[in-house]
Design a binder for this molecule. Structure first.
Ligand code: FE
Length: 348
């Protein structure tokens, strides 16, 4: 009897420890504490946000990166066996492609509805906007006066011969830009524009958006097409050369008196066979929250979808601007035609 009394406290400690570790083990391994993402976004801020989400909720975020089209194919192939709970990509056309492929399911909650305005969500809530970006004209502050041009159409005029810089036609950003012109102005005008751009190219398309700005500064060309966030990334780069490039270019938000500046959207969708639906919804709610949206804007210079989010000074300095009034899903509808036109007109 006496010896039991002495052993008992030790035994209870041992049992508590076993219980504690048992629970911790479950928390780490159980499917209920993880979420899996297939992502085609390639920005540092995303990983910062996933880390923050894990700190807040204890839910581990697993990310597999890849090209959007490949990830969609993978989700189709994997079907019910997929591990992915969420699909993230840039481009409204691709979001629509994922929807059409039948790999998504609606995701909605009062919080998501409050965070993201209706026009930045799929009408069936199969995808939710995470950020927007504008495709603008940048120019050499040394050699170009902003009064010299104000529209995308101006870039195709003879006076810009050998002065225009743009990345290749394989870029979704360019495909969606041309798709927007097909929607707004019709195929014929879109083709004329593409032809004009090709005629005016300063060099065969190469590199990403930032490389076009760099080529302006090194004198290869005078004007370029570029997504807005890359301007912010250049100006705030750790590389002083990039900062110099960012400061040497001016920005024009095109078509303010006509059809508006082209914007595109980046978004997230719940996969059809998600096994961690609750966690996935929590992550969508977090990513669209004021806090996460302010971070997307501060770190990656994208426009937030949540109207309450803070904007960095650069975005504030740009003020408000007129945007194209197009259903983002239309960018996908015209994608094949856009590629056909680019091929036909010799846009490499
Ligand atoms: Fe990008």
């Amino acid at each position: 009897m006496n010896s039991w009394k002495r052993i008992y406290p030790f035994l209870s400690v041992i049992f508590s420890v076993i219980l504690l570790f048992g629970c911790m083990g479950n928390e780490d391994k159980g499917p209920s504490n993880e979420v899996y993402i297939y992502s085609a976004r390639h920005y540092d801020v995303d990983n910062m946000l996933f880390k923050k989400f894990t700190e807040k909720t204890g839910i581990k975020v697993n990310v597999i990166n890849g090209k959007a089209e490949e990830l969609i194919e993978r989700l189709k192939r994997e079907g019910k066996n997929t591990q992915a709970d969420l699909f993230i990509t840039v481009d409204g056309g691709i979001l629509n492609k994922a929807k059409q492929a039948g790999i998504l399911q609606p995701s909605s909650s009062p919080t998501i509805d409050q965070n993201v305005p209706k026009e930045l969500r799929d009408p069936d809530n199969q995808w939710i906007g995470l950020s927007t970006r504008a495709r603008v004209i940048v120019y050499s502050k040394d050699r170009v006066k902003p009064e010299q041009l104000s529209t995308y159409e101006d870039l195709a005029k003879p006076e810009w011969k050998k002065k225009v810089l743009v990345r290749s036609s394989s870029s979704l950003y360019n495909q969606s830009l041309l798709a927007s012109f097909i929607e707004l102005n019709g195929e014929q005008q879109a083709e004329q524009w593409s032809k004009g751009i090709v005629k005016n190219l300063a060099r065969t398309p190469e590199g990403g958006d930032r490389d076009q700005a760099k080529a302006i500064v090194s004198g290869v060309g005078d004007v370029a097409l570029m997504n807005t966030y890359y301007i912010g990334l250049l100006m705030n780069s750790k590389d002083p050369e990039e900062v110099k490039v960012g400061k040497s270019i001016g920005v024009i938000f095109p078509n303010q008196n006509t059809t508006g500046t082209h914007i595109n959207i980046s978004g997230i969708g719940l996969t059809k066979h998600s096994k961690n639906k609750e966690n996935a919804l929590k992550l969508i709610e977090f990513l669209t929250s004021e806090e996460a949206q302010s971070m997307i804007s501060k770190e990656n210079f994208e426009f937030p979808v949540n109207k309450k989010a803070d904007l960095p000074e650069l975005l504030k300095s740009w003020g408000t601007f007129k945007t194209q009034k197009i259903d983002f899903n239309k960018l996908g509808k015209h994608n094949a035609k856009a590629i056909e036109i680019m091929n036909k007109t010799g846009w490499k």
